[in-house]
Design a protein around this ligand. Structure first.
Ligand SMILES: *[C@@H]1O[C@H](CO)[C@@H](O)[C@H](O)[C@H]1NC(C)=O
Ligand SMILES: *[C@@H]1O[C@H](CO)[C@@H](O)[C@H](O)[C@H]1NC(C)=O
Ligand SMILES: *[C@@H]1O[C@H](CO)[C@@H](O)[C@H](O)[C@H]1NC(C)=O
Ligand SMILES: *[C@@H]1O[C@H](CO)[C@@H](O)[C@H](O)[C@H]1NC(C)=O
Length: 385
């Protein structure tokens, strides 16, 4: 029991951290969006430097990027000109929002590296040769297509790697074994190289939201080695099937906005910690989903909005939040969905089903909710119908 409480508070912390990080990134968004930079002073055909060989491709976009912004003079002799080195945080290097095309040479003292919101297209090893102490690298919102294999493999201390909003087509290879968070959302990833997640035994968060992954890109061993994974986000990809081989350590599984139509009967068997499942905006229906597949005692929050269910799936007495809005549900029978028999005597309501929040709007139901539903779910204090 205490382990479960520990796990939950770790999870809460993770969520809070996630929120804080998101806020940080959002609050540091450049006011000028890439591509909306300064206008070319001379309209008309782009000028080509005289030295340019006809065999070299003409630089296109980068010539339109605004020039890099230099940081203030620094007391640190090793502070790159393009960055800000805060004297009170010698372990941080702030190079975000500076129109950078490439990663500056990172001093060895740096643990926290902020490079988000720039125009970096390639991450090469030279900049990182001495940066062996990095713990946190934020490269979000750049134009990264390529990352040299050697870059992060040599940084054993790296815990957080943020690469969301880039142009990666595959999951970077040779990630350090201590990594705890890997954010790769909003790229163009359609490939996970074999063994990409091998050895990542400490990875707790893997965010692949909004990529181009299909069923054939996920093998049954793809996630197998992630034995400490807590949150997996595969929402907004092009999956038609539930991903196989999800580690049983998982607590949050997000699969919204795919094209999943069915769930194998024993899919969730063995997931002793799974508490949050989101499958909004898929093609689930009574036909493809076994009636009791979500009857898991660890589940707290189940989101099935915008699917095609015609009846309410069975769930466990521990479930607290159920989202079933925008389906095709025509009626709801409290006797059938009540996790305990209505005849059972639980005078002590703390023993009854824990459902508190229920969304049923956008179905073919009319209020009021049947009496047997209210009888069963005595903790229900918020219903949207
Ligand atoms: C890395 O550190 C070594 C030793 O301190 C130094 O000689 C070298 O110039 C550094 N390399 C870079 C790219 O900064
Ligand atoms: C749901 O799970 C509980 C155990 O948590 C079990 O007692 C019950 O029979 C299951 N219900 C169905 C319909 O499978
Ligand atoms: C939902 O299911 C019904 C039949 O059960 C079908 O007629 C309808 O086309 C489905 N809607 C969607 C959006 O799949
Ligand atoms: C609800 O289901 C129970 C058991 O299956 C059945 O006896 C009852 O008539 C149903 N109630 C309604 C209103 O259909």
């Amino acid at each position: 029991m205490r382990a479960a409480v520990g796990l939950l508070s770790a999870l809460t912390l993770l969520l809070l951290m996630g929120a804080a990080i998101t806020q940080r990134i959002q609050s540091k968004k450049p006011t000028r969006k890439p591509g909306q930079g300064r206008r070319q002073p001379i309209p008309g055909p782009r000028r080509v430097p005289a030295t340019q060989s006809p065999f070299l491709p003409e630089p296109k976009e980068p010539t339109d990027f605004p020039p890099p912004i230099l940081g203030p003079p620094s007391i640190f002799p090793d502070c790159p000109r393009e960055c800000f080195c805060d004297p009170s945080y010698p372990s941080a290097l702030n190079c975000e929002n500076r129109n950078l095309r490439k990663v500056p040479v990172i001093p060895s003292r740096v643990h926290y590296l902020y490079l988000q919101n720039n125009y970096i297209s390639e991450v090469t090893a030279e900049a990182f040769v001495n940066a062996t102490e990095l713990r946190w690298v934020n490269l979000a919102n750049n134009r990264i297509k390529k990352i040299d294999k050697e870059v992060f493999g040599k940084v054993p201390s790296l815990l957080y790697l943020f690469l969301q909003k880039n142009k990666l087509k595959e999951v970077p290879a040779a990630l350090p074994v201590g990594l705890e968070q890997l954010r790769l959302s909003k790229n163009h990833i359609s490939k996970i190289p074999a063994g990409a997640f091998k050895k990542l035994k400490h990875l707790a968060l893997l965010d692949l939201y909004h990529n181009e992954l299909s069923d054939s890109d996920l093998g049954k061993n793809t996630f197998k080695d992630l034995t400490h994974l807590i949150q997996l986000n595969l929402a907004r990809n092009i999956l038609k099937k539930m991903p196989a081989g999800i580690p049983t350590s998982i607590i949050q599984l997000f699969l919204d906005r795919n094209s999943i139509a069915d769930i194998p009967k024993d899919y969730f068997e063995g997931f002793a910690h799974l508490a949050f499942v989101r499958l909004n905006y898929n093609q689930l229906s009574d036909k493809g989903v076994p009636k009791a597949v979500f009857n898991l005692s660890s589940l707290l929050d189940l989101q099935l909005s915008h699917n095609n269910f015609t009846s309410v799936p069975l769930f466990n007495a521990h479930l607290e939040h159920l989202h079933l809005d925008h389906n095709s549900i025509e009626n709801i029978n409290g006797t059938q969905i009540c996790p305990y028999s209505l005849q059972a005597d639980y005078g002590d309501i703390t023993l009854g089903p824990k459902l508190r929040y229920l969304r049923l709007d956008g179905n073919h139901l009319r209020p009021p909710l049947p009496m047997d539903v209210a009888m069963c779910f005595r903790h229900l204090h918020s219903i949207v119908i």
